[in-house]
Design a protein around this ligand. Sequence first.
Ligand code: FCB
Length: 490
Amino acid sequence: MPSFDRTTMHATAAHPATSAATTPATSSAASPGVDPSTPSSADTDTFRALIRSLPAGFQWGSATSAAQIEGAAREDGKGESIWDRFCARPGAIKDGSDIDVACDHYRRYPQDVKLMQWLGLDAYRFSFAWPRVQPLGRGAWNEAGFAFYDRLIDTLLEAGIQPNATLYHWDLPQALDESIGGLLSREVVPLFADYAAEIARRFGDRLATIATLNEPWCSATLGYETAQFAPGHRNRAEATQVSHHLLMMHGAAIQAMRAVGGQARLGIVLNHTPSFPADPLSEADRRAARIDDGTNVRWYMDPVFRGQYPADIVEYLGADAPLIEVGDLALIQQPLDFLGVNFYTRSVLDGRQAMVKPPGELGFTDMGWEIYPQALTQHLLRISREYTPPPIVITENGMANADRVVDGRVADPARIAYLRGHLEAVAQAVALGADVRGYFYWSLLDNFEWNSGYEKRFGLFHVDYATQQRLAKDSAHWYRDMIAAFKAPR
Ligand code: FCB
């Protein structure tokens, strides 16, 4: 994400209805809004050849997270999360919405799995809501919550889709915020490890992968420094302390899950927004880009893969650097089976450490994020060279677009161009030696885009929040055709 402003464009769309609806989601796996005439003609032979050059077994997926799609916020014993609480804070969410219903995926997951099957997905990335399975974040487990994930995972497996889970995609049990101070307290570390071990015990043999955290930078910086995300604090020293606790949670969870055993491959998902100087000839701009890279990429990659924080950033943070105890860094540096990279855009900085509007030759998304796929190729090659990481998976990539349904169709050529450009960038990185094993489009469905509410649409499927109807956008057709072409006999 661009460092200090996740949404650089202000939302303008109308307040979406979020009430539960009885209209069923599109039910046929064969035709969720299929218009057979939808063209994929934007593809050149070169593009198709490049995609087909990806290794056999390359995984095609799509991603979501619990708080953004499940709804059923207070059902079957689910505990409150910090996002349930944050939504109630006046002004916190741009359209004043909440996550009580979201995409009603808690009830509609069978139809949603059918949409994945129609796309031809190999894999689906979702997250467990910790407060659904352990309402207070410690103590009693909620069997009804586990039963939901049990059904979801079995439905995916029956559909031939590999379940890829994340343990923490930002929805901390609110009770932990109140009882121990949430992520500000070291006490959260063993509690998270207990939760991780329980998930591994129950699901470790059916999950393909388990990622500990999604984008700890966002949890720490947007949650504790800029107040854009739950729990909405504004204090840099708190943010860096939280980042350290998150990294410890990651290490402790990996240890705990390894002790349980199971077949799932274990890793972490980091958001990488490569930093560029506004003027490459300006030393001040280059320094700003280096610091931005340090706080966003190296602050997480260095401890996870090298067991140390970057010295220049510790110095830059000064008195706001976190308190670290003996053994913490050894805990953080665990052997991993994969690295998840979420990539959306790049940041361009000037010498005052401020983000400047980049040229945007390929345009900007509805979030105001520049479309700049070439940074993905460069970045994958750079991290491969500098860190020798385990196999990489692109665990998120996608764009918000001001989609409209017109005559039963969503024409989103901009999203097709985005997808195409980024797949090309991934394939080029692979051709140049990066070990990338899969790609997950963000997101399967339009959903709750955090502090932007429902106004930003990232989905391959359009969601009508008044009826909960799902409709395949043109980009869904394109992705489906691309996956089919990849898998066609050669
Ligand atoms: C990422 C988040 C994901 C979604 C996308 C647009 O930072 O992991 O939940 O909000 O951005």
